[in-house]
Design a protein around this ligand. Structure first.
Ligand code: PMP
Length: 446
């Protein structure tokens, strides 16, 4: 099938038949990818691209063990999850073995959106509360319940149809570089406390209105919002206040789970907290639609107590679970956490060297296989360098490196490569980044 249409034909058919709001990377000149392996993707002309975008292909594109697991199970049985099957229980057991004891009840779903939507349902049934606190700039999914609380999307909607409901409360994004409280505006303050106090204020307002909070939801590190790493202690403080008010804490690791931070399997461990509900997605199936909600016995019991059974046709099917098991196996066998630690250290050194050289780079932040470069017009004003970020992403593509940018001003270069990204890949990426940053500097001088 691959390559049977010319790129132009594919583009034309896409324009004709695919809803126009389904966007592509590199809109003005999209890439047609026909195959991929490890950290590389190949277009219809055979060009090899280094993939720094795809956190979905977590253990590497088309990993043979993952592919074999899917193919083998598909040849044997695939059915809905109402039959007893080993794969579903083995995957649940394996996931739980990687988690703190209290997170021990698993629900399988098919996308990050579905997982987060179910997490909201669980929190409502458990707390009987209605009020949701989410972070500014967050994205948690494309279904109505999640667009409701994802300002990443809500803020850009111009037709006025979908607006934030009153039961959703948006807390300041704890971005210590560009957020309301930052290292320039509050150099001597404890930023974690300032941001956590903002959540406290929201909780107070909810109580004043005689409403009950149901949950606080956030990513453990905010990816869509611009690769934001929260100040140490932030989540601890927030969790304490939310729980004291009777709410539960949901952490979304759809992007940042499964060892991306390197030092731990889950990003929340870097903040020394344990959520009441954890949601997983993207990397879990290495490209196959597989996601999950993992929670405590008590919350699972409350959900059961609602009186209605939970059924999900595809969630936990034998093929998806075979793939999920293979992904976890490969993470261990290929020592991908260790690799993320090693590559993360190298990235930190190299990116900071670039920061020394180019004032365009205002902030370098990240850990393991998760990095962001916040580009600024001036380090004094921290004004976002949006056009420069666009230029760099487009020039990197010409150099056969796939990179994306994000954040409310789209000025943050995002690195979230497959976990098999290696030292040579880093050297190559840095060389090209250096070259392009130099071009930008000389363009400015002329
Ligand atoms: N949560 C986060 C943090 C995400 O980044 C995404 C997708 N970008 C989702 C949830 C939704 O996942 P999906 O697209 O699989 O529904």
């Amino acid at each position: 099938m691959n390559g049977s249409l010319t790129k132009e034909q594919t583009l034309n058919l896409r324009k004709q038949f695919i809803g126009p709001s389904c966007t592509l990377f590199f809109k003005s000149d999209p890439v047609k990818i026909v195959s991929a392996k490890g950290q590389y993707m190949y277009d219809e002309e055979g060009h090899e691209y280094l993939d720094c975008i795809n956190n979905v292909a977590h253990v590497g594109h088309c990993h043979p063990q993952v592919v074999a697991a899917g193919v083998e199970q598909m040849g044997q049985l695939n059915t809905n999850s109402r039959f007893l099957h080993d794969n579903i229980v083995l995957l649940a057991q394996k996931l739980v073995s990687h988690l703190p004891n209290q997170l021990c009840m698993v629900y399988f779903t098919n996308s990050g959106s579905e997982a987060n939507d179910l997490a909201l349902r669980l929190s409502r049934h458990h707390t009987k509360g209605t009020e949701i606190i989410a972070l500014d700039r967050a994205y948690h999914g494309h279904v109505v319940s999640l667009i409701d609380l994802s300002t990443y999307k809500l803020d850009r909607m111009i037709d006025g149809v979908h607006t934030k409901p009153d039961f959703v409360h948006i807390a300041e994004c704890p971005d210590t570089y560009r957020g309301k409280y930052n290292t320039a505006s509050n150099p001597n303050d404890d930023l974690a406390t300032l941001y956590a106090n903002n959540v406290e204020d929201i909780l107070d307002n909810i109580a004043k209105k005689d409403k009950q909070v149901c949950c606080f939801i956030a990513e453990s590190m905010q990816s869509c919002g611009g690769q934001v790493i929260y100040p140490p202690g932030y989540l601890t403080k927030v969790f304490q206040s939310v729980r004291a008010a009777g709410g539960v804490c949901i952490l979304d690791e759809v992007q940042v789970g499964f060892g991306r931070v390197g030092t731990h399997m889950w990003s929340f461990s870097t903040q020394n907290v344990v959520p009441d509900i954890l949601t997983l997605g993207k990397p879990m199936g290495n490209g196959h639609p597989l996601s999950a909600v993992i929670t405590t016995k008590e919350i699972a019991a409350s959900f059961e107590g609602c009186g209605v059974e939970y059924f999900n046709t595809y969630g936990g099917n034998p093929v998806s679970c075979a793939i999920g098991l293979a992904v976890l196996d490969v993470i261990e066998k290929d020592k991908l956490l260790e690799n993320a630690v090693k590559i993360g250290k190298l990235m930190e050194t190299k990116l900071n060297e670039l920061k020394e050289k180019y004032t365009l780079i205002g902030d370098v932040r990240g850990v393991g296989m998760f990095w962001g470069l916040d580009l600024v017009k001036s380090r004094a004003t921290r004004a976002p360098a949006t056009e420069e970020a666009a230029y760099i992403v487009s020039r990197l593509k010409e150099e056969y490196i796939l990179f994306s940018r994000d954040g409310p001003d789209e000025n943050v270069l995002k690195f979230k490569a497959p976990m098999c990204f290696n030292k040579d890949n880093v050297e190559h990426l840095i060389l090209k980044l250096d070259k392009i940053l130099a071009e930008l500097t000389s363009n400015k001088e002329h």
